[in-house]
Design a protein around this ligand. Sequence first.
Ligand SMILES: [Zn+2]
Length: 292
Amino acid sequence: MSDCGVYPLSELLANGWSRAEVAEARRAGRLSSVAHGWVSAEGADDRAVSAVAAGGALSCISALRFHRTHGSEGIWVPPGYQETHVRRPKHRKSGARPTGPFRWCQGYGRPLPVVSAVDSIPIALGCAARCLEPEDWVATVDSILNQTQLTIPDIQADMGGVTKAVMELFGRCDARSQSGTESIARVRLVATGFKVAVQPSIGGHERADLRVGSLLIECDGRQYHSSAEAFRNDRRRDRMTLIDRWMTMRVTYDDVLYDWESVLEDIRAVTRPDRHRIRREEDPRRREIPSP
Ligand SMILES: [Zn+2]
């Protein structure tokens, strides 16, 4: 359980606090009232306080960002979406508005009750399925499948309504993806009509991120700074791909997120069906090279 510093009173009582102790902590200023039945401790997360004060829970991408900084560092969260996303149970339609730019959001199906100040990852994903661009949602789920213990059935069991549209989104997820950059590139390439291999073997124990035809695409995640070991591994992979005559294209986070059109143009140019045929016809020596 991630600790955001905002608690339902019932949770404190269940954890051994007596009503007298809660009252004393309030008088001493160690706990503050946030909303009916909710208190916050010093240093509580501002957005969680604001969401609870508005009668809801921090949810959707805001909850996913919270989880990323509280125990689930591997979650990829797309850039943008700066508003605070707040989910309310159905019966709370009035009340305070959260502070700062915010957005009410809700998953599919019957609204779930608010039981914690920050929604769990599955409930947050249920809301995010309606708020995020599909490719951003798929990339986020990929990272959760890859980096946490959660599986698709786990998420579906707890996320609320699982509509046909949500099932279709899950069908595009891939737990093998190693970075948000890779996920977004894959989803976009598949949407463009390319047949994409994910984490293809390139000999030995080595794998590339993606492969389209004979082109390997290596995606660098912005958050992972290359260590000396990663640098060495990359060079070793480059040598192995040369042996098998793969071509390698390295793309960065910014290339994929902000300059996709030119990346796509380059991939198209490299994988054009006639490109290799022309080269073979022009270079008869190539025919003499025996196949491995
Ligand atoms: Zn939302």
